[in-house]
Write a protein that binds this ligand. Structure first.
Ligand code: KG4
Ligand code: ZN
Length: 340
C-alpha cells in the first residue's frame, strides 16, 4: 500500500511516499528555519504562508522521486494534531483535497505517534509493545505503546518541552535558532559538572517532568555573569545543561520500562538527535532492554513518519472524513477519529 503523506504542523513542510508503513519511497523536507531565525523563533503566520507556497511543488517532487504516478497512490495521510493551527490547516486541507481528487482514503495522523513511527522505517523487527520517550520542541512525553494505535501517556512535562528549553537557552546565549543542534555541538567540548543546575521533580507524579526551573536557572546564570562582566564557558554551560536534561529524562524512561514490563525502549522527536542524550541513554540501558533510536535525519519533523503511522492507523480501521478538522492540542493517547 503506497501512502502519500504530509506534515506541516510547525516550520517544516514535508511530503513523502511510504510503502506498507515501513519502506520510504521518497521523503522531501523543506525547512523554514532560515526564515524564522530572523525572529529568534517560529512565527506562526510566516510558517502557514510558507507551507501554502511550497506544498504543491514538494508533492510533485515526492511523487517523481518515488517514481510513481498519482494513480499509484492508495491513501493519503496527514498530521492533523497537535501543532500550530494555521500551519496544520494548510497541510490538512491540501491532503484532504488530494485524497478527494484521487478517490482514495484520507488518514489523519497524530504528530507524536508519527515521531514514534519514524523508528519503524529503519527497524524492520520493531513492533509494539514498548515504552517511547518523545522529546521535541513542543512535547516531552513518556508513552506506553501497547499496539500500533493504542497509546497511554504515562509521563508528561508539566511546563516546557525539552526542545523549547534548548532553544530558549541558546537564544539567551545569542547562539541563534534553532538552539538545540547548536548547544549539542558546543556540549561536546564542555564539562558537565562545571555548573550546578537543578533537576526538578513533580510531587506525586514520578514519571512527569518539569523543565522551566532548569531553564530559568540557566538564564539567571547567564544574566548574572553578564551583569558582573564575567565570561562564561559556553561549552561548559551547554554540557552541564545537556546533562541536567538527560538526568531528568533517562531515569524516568527506565522507571516507565520497569513499571510497564516492556523489553523495548524507543526514542523519538527532534531532541532525539541530541548526541549527549543518545550516548547517555545507550550507557544507561541494561541488557534487559533493547533501545531503538531513529537516525538523526528522521528525528526532526518529516512526512515519512506520518506515512508509517498512517499505514497502521488505516490497518486498525481509521479512515478520516473529508470534514476532519485540525487540533492544536491533543494527547498521543487520544483518538483523532473513531475507527470504522
Ligand atoms: O520534532 P521537532 O522537529 O519539532 C517538534 O515537533 O517540535 O523538534 C524540534 C526541536 C527543536 O526544539 C530543536 O531545537 C530540537 O528539536 N533539536 C535538538 C537537536 N536537534 C533538534 N535539540 C537538542 N539537540 C539536537 N541535536
Ligand atoms: Zn515534531
Amino acid at each position: 500500500m503506497n501512502i502519500l503523506a504530509f506534515e506541516s504542523s510547525c516550520d517544516e513542510t514535508a511530503v513523502a511516499v511510504v510503502q506498507d508503513g515501513r519502506k520510504v519511497l521518497s521523503s522531501i523536507v523543506a525547512s523554514q528555519t532560515t526564515l524564522h531565525a530572523l525572529y529568534g523563533g517560529v512565527v506562526p503566520e510566516i510558517a502557514s504562508r510558507q507551507h501554502v507556497e511550497c506544498i504543491f511543488s514538494l508533492t510533485e517532487q515526492a511523487l517523481a522521486a518515488a517514481g510513481l504516478q498519482k494513480s499509484d497512490i492508495h491513501a493519503v495521510a496527514c498530521t492533523a494534531a497537535p501543532g500550530l493551527i494555521g500551519a496544520l490547516l494548510v497541510g490538512l486541507n491540501f491532503a484532504k483535497t488530494a485524497a478527494y481528487t484521487l478517490g482514495v482514503p484520507f488518514i489523519p495522523v497524530h504528530h507524536i505517534r508519527g515521531h514514534v513511527a519514524s523508528n519503524y522505517l529503519e527497524q524492520p523487527t520493531l513492533e509494539p509493545p514498548f515504552v517511547a520517550l518523545v522529546v521535541s520542541g513542543g512535547h516531552s512525553s513518556i508513552l506506553h505503546v501497547l499496539d500500533y494505535t493504542t497509546y497511554q501517556t504515562i509521563g508528561v512535562t508539566r511546563d516546557d518541552a525539552a526542545g523549547e528549553c534548548f532553544d530558549k537557552v541558546a537564544r539567551v546565549l545569542g547562539l541563534g535558532y534553532p538552539g538545540g543542534p547548536l548547544l549539542d555541538k558546543l556540549a561536546v567540548s564542555g564539562n558537565p559538572t562545571a555548573f550546578t543546575l537543578p533537576r526538578s521533580k513533580v510531587d506525586g507524579a514520578p514519571l512527569d517532568m518539569s523543565f522551566s526551573g532548569l531553564k530559568t536557572h540557566v538564564i539567571n546564570v547567564i544574566h548574572t555573569a553578564s551583569q558582573r562582566g564575567q565570561t562564561l564557558s559556553i561549552p561548559d554551560l551547554a554540557a552541564s545543561f545537556s546533562q541536567a536534561v538527560c538526568d531528568t529524562l533517562i531515569p524516568r524512561v527506565l522507571m516507565a520500562a520497569a513499571q510497564t514490563g516492556v523489553s523495548q525502549i524507543v526514542l523519538a522527536g527532534g531532541v532525539a538527535a541530541n548526541a549527549w542524550l543518545r550516548k547517555s541513554l545507550q550507557e544507561a540501558i541494561t541488557s534487559n532492554y533493547t533501545l531503538y533510536m531513529p537516525s538523526p535525519s528522521l528525528c526532526g519533523d518529516n512526512a515519512a513518519m506520518i506515512g508509517a503511522q498512517g499505514f497502521y492507523e488505516f490497518q486498525s480501521g481509521v479512515k478520516g472524513c473529508l470534514s476532519h478538522n485540525a487540533r492544536a492540542t491533543c494527547g498521543a493517547h487520544e483518538l483523532l477519529c473513531k475507527p470504522i
